[in-house]
Design a protein around this ligand. Structure first.
Ligand code: TF8
Length: 336
């Protein structure tokens, strides 16, 4: 009897201890998460989802302070803050990371990706993972890719219906040599500028045009300062969610798992939300007064042809092995 009681007591004590044994190794943490777009944008909405997930998965111990509108500086400045450990997280264009990790230039290849099925499979597959992993030597940890989207051209000079219409248009591009080269090749007067300076540059007519996905043209209100939109879909641009490696290295396994899980949830939300918005956005932009030009298939083909020489530039930059791997992977995805 006595032994049974003792065993029972021991079992009760063990049961009481069990949650403790399972308790996650999570400390109070504050994560400053910077991004460039407005709070009311696909980027802002997804950062909010990430923040909520982190809070939920960590039992309220880990807090994300979302700081949008490039209040912490343009992408390149935030990247440096992450590397130095002065900021914990950010989301931004892969295109602005090429100065740190040259392999990111793969995503800048014009017309590399034709649709979102290809995008998801390539980015989340071995090629995307390999490129993401390259960040670690540089002081960054890449968690997931989000969708920025297919980029389209806007300007204030004239409707662009054929290649020649681009001639002399002063076009803002991202701070990225592949984008710069691509639009110079197409005949535009391409100028690199950080995103945070773009609206003012358009408003003051320092530049005539820019290129971004419909979502951004809408959320950033570029329609207020741009009359013409041409549906070019010239490149699929990803965003990437990154963490300061200095911060990451100080986290427990459980804390890292929280960030990883929250990142995947935010990615799935973001892609769905972005695609739904993009599907409506062209009609919205038309309603806001933009004049839309659809490129004829023949003109799209001319543009593609002209840009094929950029492929060689990208292949050299990312290395022939990675370039071939990406092509093989895409062929596999397309055959499915
Ligand atoms: C651009 C990009 C931007 C993003 C954003 C700031 O044109 O598409 O919208 O980098 O994260 O600069």
């Amino acid at each position: 009897m006595k032994t049974l009681r003792r065993t029972l007591l021991a079992a009760v004590a063990l049961a009481a201890l069990a949650p403790l044994a399972q308790a996650q190794d999570i400390k109070p943490r504050l994560i400053r998460f910077g991004y460039g777009l407005a709070e009311a944008s696909n980027q802002g909405r997804a950062v909010k989802v990430f923040a909520e997930q982190v809070e939920k998965l960590s039992g309220g111990k880990m807090k994300v302070r979302a700081i949008g509108g490039a209040a912490l500086g343009p992408d390149t400045q935030m990247q440096q803050a992450l590397i130095g450990g002065a900021q914990e997280m950010m989301v931004g264009s892969t295109a602005t990371l090429v100065g740190i990790t040259k392999e990111m230039a793969l995503w800048d290849t014009p017309f590399l990706i034709n649709n979102t099925k290809e995008a998801d499979a390539l980015l989340d597959g071995p090629v995307g993972e390999k490129i993401k992993a390259k960040l670690e030597d540089k002081g960054l940890v890449g968690l997931v890719y989000w969708e920025n989207g297919f980029r389209n051209l806007t300007n204030n000079k004239r409707p662009v219906a054929k290649l020649e219409d681009l001639e002399g248009i002063k076009l803002r591009v991202m701070q990225n040599n592949v984008f710069l080269d691509s639009f110079k090749t197409l005949g535009a007067n391409a100028v690199p500028l950080p995103y945070s300076e773009l609206f003012t540059a358009l408003e003051t007519k320092a530049v005539d045009g820019q290129e971004n996905p419909y979502n951004t043209i809408l959320s950033a209100k570029f329609y207020e300062v741009q009359k013409y939109l041409t549906v070019t879909n010239h490149v699929y641009a990803p965003w990437i969610v990154t963490v300061s490696k200095k911060f990451w290295d100080g986290l427990s396994k459980d804390e890292r798992a929280v960030l990883q899980k929250a990142a995947v949830v935010s990615r799935d939300f973001e892609r769905k939300d972005t695609r739904e918005e993009a599907a409506r956005a062209l009609a919205d932009l038309k309603a806001k007064g933009m004049q839309i030009t659809e490129l004829s298939p023949a003109e799209t083909a001319r543009m593609r042809d002209k840009l094929t020489r950029i492929n060689a530039t990208v292949a050299t930059q990312v290395g022939m092995e990675l370039w071939n791997e990406a092509q093989a992977e895409l062929a596999k995805i397309r055959a499915k």
